[in-house]
Design a protein around this ligand. Structure first.
Ligand SMILES: [Mg+2]
Length: 364
């Protein structure tokens, strides 16, 4: 079995409405980078990654085309572990994280898709899962929206069947965050889990103060309260703040997650399969979380993570992310009584409408 060819593409996807968080500010686009691995029999495995806005998209595409594809053509696509190491060490001097992790992720996802398709199994079953249902929440990207718009979005999400909600925090004044969280808790009532996400905005001291204030509204977790690599700071926030911590979307390697977990700084490790090094690395993070008796959650690319969370024994919530590929997908994520349902199609089953995507192809 050989890899015959690899196609890589970049699309700039406009968001249906301008979104915002505490570190990116206004968000109007996301970069969608796809990798299609063709084996010699004509089976195609598809992988993808994304960046916020247009930043990094062209660089990741170039890294894939110039440096990653030549490493893989004519290799055996079934030898995923070896190929992962080949990519990691082939890129190490400019990698060990950063955009190299995005490039490796997209390829690794495509290789797992290919292998699960060849086994005629959905990815979640291929990875050992037995139950396709995964708890899910709607992840809002809504920091600068006025309160009435934030609440209207939440009512829409509840009407769509979500039973857990995440909102952004990290406004200029903590009192604004507290008022918005209080209003959300009033709307949701006492039963619906409410997560809040600060996108690294605060110092450790600010985060502790914020956590203590927000704890009064029964926050399910506080996400990325401070810089992701400040593992000891995470531990202090967790100990003093009184709120569980989710973190990891800005970590780009398994060793970083290991340090965060070993520091006792996280309640919900939150790897993103599209930037942690693909499915190979995501499963390693899930495993090291399990070894520490922690659940694992996910960030972004929910059409992929629904498989991974359905496959591991320590799954927490799936984030149904605001960057939706919906208009370009032939099959939509299915929800049932507040839970997402991993599909039964072979592989990950994410099929793009390439003709529709073509209208958004980046000119680089
Ligand atoms: Mg986040």
């Amino acid at each position: 079995m050989k890899i015959a060819a690899i196609e890589c593409d970049l699309f700039f996807i406009p968001l249906p409405e301008v979104m915002s968080d505490s570190t990116h500010g206004r968000i109007e686009f996301f970069s969608h980078i796809t990798v299609r691995v063709h084996d010699q029999d004509g089976t195609i495995g598809t992988g993808y990654t994304y960046t916020v806005g247009k930043t990094g998209g062209p660089a990741i595409l170039s890294l894939l085309q110039q440096d990653v594809v030549p490493l893989l053509v004519d290799e055996n696509p079934n030898e995923i572990g070896r190929l992962w190491e080949k990519m990691w060490w082939g890129l190490h001097y400019v990698g060990r994280g950063g955009i190299a992790a995005f490039a490796i992720s997209a390829v690794d996802i495509a290789l797992w898709d290919l292998q699960a398709q060849r086994a005629s199994e959905p990815l979640w079953k291929f990875l050992g899962g037995s139950d396709p249902y995964v708890e899910a929440y709607a992840g809002g990207i809504d920091l600068q929206w006025p309160l009435d718009r934030l609440l209207a979005q939440t009512e829409r999400h509840l009407a769509q069947g979500f039973r857990a909600i995440k909102m952004k925090v990290g406004r200029d004044e903590l009192t604004e965050d507290v008022q918005r969280v209080a209003a959300m808790r009033t709307l949701l009532g006492p039963e619906v889990p409410l997560m809040v996400d600060a996108n690294m905005r605060w110092s450790v001291e600010q985060a502790i103060e914020a956590a203590q204030e927000l704890a009064r509204y029964d926050v399910f977790w506080l996400e990325e309260p401070t810089l992701p690599e400040d593992y000891a700071g995470h531990r202090r926030i967790l100990d003093a703040g009184g709120v569980p911590i989710a973190s990891g979307e800005n970590l780009r390697s398994v060793p970083e997650f290991r340090q965060l977990v070993e520091a006792g700084g996280v309640s919900y490790p939150e790897p993103d399969v599209s930037n942690i090094g693909g499915i190979t690395a995501w499963l390693q993070v899930a495993r090291l979380a399990a070894d520490a008796q922690l659940p694992v959650t996910s960030h972004g690319v929910h059409d992929l993570h629904v498989h991974l969370l359905a496959a591991v024994p320590n799954a927490s919530y799936l984030e149904v992310h605001g960057f939706s590929l919906k208009p370009f997908l032939r099959h939509q994520l299915t929800m049932h009584e507040g839970r997402a349902v991993a599909p039964q199609r072979p592989g990950h089953g994410v099929e793009f409408d390439w003709e529709l995507l073509a209208a958004h192809r980046a000119r680089v």
